[in-house]
Write a protein that binds this ligand. Structure first.
Ligand SMILES: C[S@@+](CC[C@H](N)C(=O)[O-])C[C@H]1O[C@@H](n2cnc3c(N)ncnc32)[C@H](O)[C@@H]1O
Length: 243
């Protein structure tokens, strides 16, 4: 480990994602199509139902603001960045980790347009979909890669919640340091009839602690952008007909 890196980030240098999977998952199309065409029936966890209800009630009381989701916000650094970038929007940072969310709440104390919600994103997205909430933008910054081959269905694009991510709409930006995750995510979007742009990038100012750590450790970083609302019914139908 380089002292320079530790000095820069306060963390040890981070190792690259290691996986026995050397290429995008071959069965991805089948998995994504199955999720697109079936209903996800797992019961919603009570604690997320409660946090979502409180958030939704507050949102209705505020009324009329556009919404930006920071999915897996961790300690809330990106949530604060987004609060400054979109001062007219409500930024909702969601994470399931009590420890990280407490720090995010602390960081958001002086930010009027930030709400921090402790919840499981799987259920949060499903409840947002049921409530017909539309996000103007969704940021998914450095999701857990779940690199083991057998854990592919834990990745957001291969998870049964993927249709709700699409449904809740907006411009989606996902960042990752694992190229295979990025390529799979783009494929899943395309299977669902959405266009997506994938690029490798170098952050001027890292937006999250993980981005800072990966950048300082010399990892390549990937960014995907997709307008989830851009999919017309006919485009989706023709995308699926070609499969
Ligand atoms: C690798 S960290 C990235 C955190 C932050 N976005 C960053 O870049 O520094 C992934 C985050 O997603 C959260 N997370 C993973 N799965 C989740 C889920 N199902 N629901 C809510 N949060 C989740 C974790 O608690 C963790 O904070």
């Amino acid at each position: 480990m380089s002292d320079a890196i530790q000095g820069k980030t306060g963390w040890p240098a981070s190792s690259r994602v290691s996986s026995s999977q050397g290429e995008p998952c071959r069965g991805l199309r089948e998995i994504v199509l199955r999720h697109l065409h079936s209903e996800y029936r797992r019961p919603i966890a009570k604690h997320t139902a409660r946090s979502f209800a409180a958030f939704y009630q507050e949102l209705r009381a505020i009324g009329g603001k556009s919404l930006v989701l920071d999915a897996g916000c961790g300690v809330g650094e990106s949530t604060a960045v987004l609060s400054r970038k979109y001062p007219e929007s409500i930024i909702v940072g969601v994470d399931r980790s009590q420890m990280r969310i407490s720090r995010a709440k602390l960081a958001a104390e002086d930010l009027d347009n930030v709400r921090v919600v402790r919840a499981n994103l799987v259920d949060f997205w499903r409840l947002a979909g049921k409530a017909e909430l539309k996000f103007e933008r969704q940021y998914v910054l450095y999701p857990n890669p779940s690199p083991k081959k057998r854990h592919v269905k834990r990745r957001w694009h291969a998870h049964p919640v993927f249709p709700d991510i699409l449904k809740t709409g907006g411009i989606l930006e996902l960042r990752t340091n694992w190229e295979i995750y990025a390529k799979e995510f783009v494929s899943a979007l395309e299977i669902a009839g959405r266009e997506a742009k994938l690029e490798q990038f170098t952050p001027d100012t890292p937006m999250t602690p993980f981005e800072r750590k990966y950048h300082a450790s010399g990892h390549l970083l990937y960014r995907i952008e997709s307008d989830l609302a851009s999919c017309s019914r006919s485009k989706r139908a023709s995308a699926q007909a070609q499969q």
